[in-house]
Write a protein that binds this ligand. Structure first.
Ligand SMILES: NC(=O)c1ccc[n+]([C@@H]2O[C@H](COP(=O)([O-])OP(=O)(O)OC[C@H]3O[C@@H](n4cnc5c(N)ncnc54)[C@H](OP(=O)(O)O)[C@@H]3O)[C@@H](O)[C@H]2O)c1
Length: 139
């Protein structure tokens, strides 16, 4: 490992570390007027990211494969926009993209947070060439 990689991994140059929170990262940053999209923004790290982005003034769109669960998880965060999206279903991805484009808005911040970890190898529902874990994390 090069010293350049070591710096990246330890994050010493960012000023943030293992105990930093999303609020720490956004302290002093005004995101009023910005649109952020957070995949999986209704659980775990994604939920805290959504909370911090809203607190900083952003309009946050959370596309969820379980909209009812998302609505419940986000109930105490005002103004979050929910939509439907299953990242393991490319047709669902296309439909979401079309809906978003039709709204005429642009995205300022994308947090590709959604993920599946340590799962057996599976493929997305409509394309056998696409591994599900890669699709959910990257698309
Ligand atoms: N937690 C850790 O220690 C850790 C460590 C290293 C990296 N990370 C990374 O940090 C990110 C968040 O981790 P976390 O622990 O907060 O994860 P989490 O609580 O399991 O949340 C993952 C989110 O991804 C969503 N998701 C999964 N498959 C999806 C699909 N096909 N379509 C749409 N959404 C889908 C889940 O939705 P459902 O709830 O509907 O399934 C959930 O909201 C992940 O990228 C993870 O790899 C986490």
């Amino acid at each position: 490992m090069t010293s350049e990689n070591t710096t990246l991994i330890t994050g010493t140059s960012s000023g943030f570390g293992a105990t930093s929170t999303a609020d720490d990262v956004l302290q002093g940053i005004d995101l009023t007027g910005k649109l952020a999209l957070v995949t999986g923004g209704y659980s775990g790290i994604g939920l805290e990211t959504t909370r911090a982005l809203v607190k900083a003034g952003a309009h946050v769109v959370v596309p969820a494969r379980r909209p009812a669960a998302a609505e419940q998880a986000l109930a105490d965060i005002p103004g979050v926009e929910l939509d439907e999206l299953d990242l393991a279903d490319l047709e669902s991805v296309r439909r979401f993209a079309e809906r978003f484009l039709a709204s005429g808005r642009t995205i300022d911040i994308v947090i590709d947070n959604a993920a599946i970890m340590a799962s057996p190898e599976t493929r997305v529902v409509d394309d056998p060439d696409f591994a599900e874990d890669i699709d959910v994390q990257v698309v």
